[in-house]
Design a protein around this ligand. Sequence first.
Ligand code: ATP
Ligand code: MG
Length: 352
Amino acid sequence: MKKHIITLPGDGIGPEIMNSAHELLKAVGEKYNHEFTAESKDIGGIAIDKHNDPLPLETIEACESADAILLGAVGGPKWTDSKIRPEQGLLKIRKHFNLFANLRPVTIFDSLEASSPLKQSIVHGSDLMIVRELTGGLYFGQPSERRDGGQSVVDTLTYTYGEIERIVRIAFDTAMTRRKHLTSVDKANVLESSRMWREIVNTVSKEYPEVTVEHELVDAAAMKLITNPSYFDVIVTENLFGDILSDEASVITGSLGVLPSASLSENGLGLFEPIHGSAPDIAGENIANPIGMMLSVGMMLKYSFGLHEESAAIEKAVNQVLADGFKTADLKIDGAVTLSTAEMTEKIISCL
Ligand code: ATP
Ligand code: MG
């Protein structure tokens, strides 16, 4: 298989972990006989510095002709007070490529169970997947403005039937590949948009008779994620609820550094990135955890290229290295040997 990937290292630890992604792609290509080519472009703070634009046209054009996009991280204290923000690059690229489906697996690795703040309530082997709508709802609805000379304010929550239906379908398809249990999260006791969301979930569910469906109010779901995270398989929800719940869910794994994500569009182009930020406090020290980035490469192979075996091999290698007693500085695993970014990358690749 021949694929062209645009890599957007971005800021902070982004370039360091992107090196790990390059190494991994090279190794997987050699082992499974694929030709992966990668080309690096600017996004975020570095793009502001070089082009005065967090998402330069050159980057968009390169991504347009790519088979998939890998992103490191954007942002940092250097640009906190700048008029143009690095994060605008990220919102713009999501919107430009219509990356409406955000998939976040929340896996509690066996060797990290003891560092979960919820170690009492998680069942061994827990994992769930959050499917978040990413290009609609409150974050994009218009009008969004101050009124009456600053005495009132309005934000707008809008969704079309089609926008809800397509994300709900992705969630059902995802549930079919897993334990076939879907929890749809909304606030239907208050919001009209949530009542429509429920109707659409119920309509689509008729096409997936094998999937058990439940509706849960977002406040109850937020509690259940803490008291009984193992209960969930796939969660589907709108943009704002998904933003909050996916951050909440990520902390129960005991580490930000190991979690990947995928943002998918209708035509198949996907953007893959670790869920953590640019971690400016440790940038340039060769101690960042590359696992979230390497698992994001795994998601890219699976969701964009259909390479399930290769993707599973990466997950297995990560599990193996952690179980063998190796870690990076951010992980708490008793008795494990601490490796640098480069060493961890090499170790995982050697386990493929
Ligand atoms: P952003 O606004 O970009 O999301 P943030 O402040 O929310 O940034 P991170 O940049 O993810 O969050 O950093 C939060 C903490 O987690 C920092 O102390 C950082 O060093 C640590 N951290 C994040 N990612 C990693 C990683 N891959 N390896 C090691 N530590 C990490
Ligand atoms: Mg953050």
